[in-house]
Design a protein around this ligand. Structure first.
Ligand code: MEV
Length: 313
């Protein structure tokens, strides 16, 4: 049954601060939602099935590259929400101020936004837990077997300790006050599925090397949580640097990401690392205070890259 003229919803973008990729194998991870979001509206339309207007700002090429995955994702969400041919035709519109780019949680933000808009339009009364499940279902359209970290950040917001499991562990990390960060966009549209498959392949080929790296990443997550809670930002930055090295070791960084990370560090960032799936997409630099944030953002912009100045926590 339709509830209103137009259902609305939104989902946050995110920055993974520690242990993307490792998180797939149940290594603890830390993610923060950011203050940019994707919005979705759902409205009755004519014709049959669903149509999509994707008005999100985006990295050039991103939407075209992801279109097939996006279609599968939408189908999955509709199915999981129990919305079939008798409820459609509907028109779905995506918008908001989150730039659709790799590494920033764009797919998860849109999945959460759509789940919320459907709940609103069809009076489903879905809880956050159920919204998160639908968004997870949608994320599968983008990369097969996601860990669930991105949709959890998109749905709940805030700073989160996340461990994949049955069930997932999700704890809020409380810090004294939010911290400024700069996200730098390589402009490269990356395929998370490919990055995830690459790690799996190399892990199978060199189990001992990877086991050691995975154990180190696990230890680092606990140190990072403590440093965040203690608000020891220098320590948080150093751990981000270390995590970047670990991500380089599992071969998910690339020269453009390494360049942005080096640039951020050279301009005073407390620490910097790639964030998200890697092989392109975004890096995140810890830049406490407006002045440092401006300084790092300026240096990156000067080289022609897009930046996002936001906060974690
Ligand atoms: C992507 O934002 C994070 C990855 O760890 C994939 C996942 O957790 O599903 C690369």
């Amino acid at each position: 049954m339709r509830g209103c003229l137009m259902g609305k919803g939104s989902g946050y973008g995110k920055a993974i601060l520690f242990n993307e990729h490792f998180v797939i194998y149940s290594v603890p991870s830390i993610v923060s939602a950011i203050d940019k979001a994707t919005t979705a509206t759902v409205e009755h339309s004519s014709g049959s099935g669903w149509t999509l207007e994707d008005s999100r700002p985006a990295t050039p090429g991103y939407k075209e590259e992801k279109l097939e995955q996006q279609k599968e994702s939408i189908e999955r969400i509709l199915k999981a929400a129990g919305i079939g041919p008798t409820e459609t035709p509907i028109k779905i519109t995506f918008g908001g101020d989150l730039v659709a780019a790799s590494g920033i949680g764009a797919s998860a933000a849109s999945c959460t936004a759509l789940a919320r808009a459907l709940s609103d339009e069809f009076n489903l009364g879905l809880s956050d837990g159920r919204i998160n499940e639908l968004a997870y279902e949608g994320e599968k359209g983008y990369h097969g077997s996601p860990s669930g970290i991105d949709n959890t950040a998109a749905t709940y917001g805030g700073l989160i300790w996340f461990v994949r499991g049955e069930p997932n562990v999700m704890e809020r990390i409380k810090i004294k006050r939010p911290v400024e960060v700069v996200m730098g966009n390589t402009g490269l549209v990356a395929n998370t599925k490919v990055a995830v498959a690459g790690v799996r392949e190399r892990k199978e080929k060199s189990p001992e090397k990877y086991e050691k790296l995975f154990n180190e990443a696990k230890e680092l997550a606990f140190m990072a949580k403590k440093a965040l809670v203690d608000y020891d930002l220098k320590a948080v930055g150093k751990l981000m640097d270390e995590n970047h090295r670990q991500l380089q070791a599992i071969e998910v960084s690339c020269k453009e990401l390494n360049h942005l990370v080096d640039l951020a560090r050279a301009n005073g960032a407390y620490g910097a690392k790639m964030t998200g799936g890697g092989l392109g997409g975004n890096m995140v630099a810890l830049t406490p205070g407006k002045d440092l944030q401006d300084q790092v953002a300026r240096a990156i912009k000067k080289e022609g890259f897009d930046v996002l100045m936001t906060r974690i926590g």
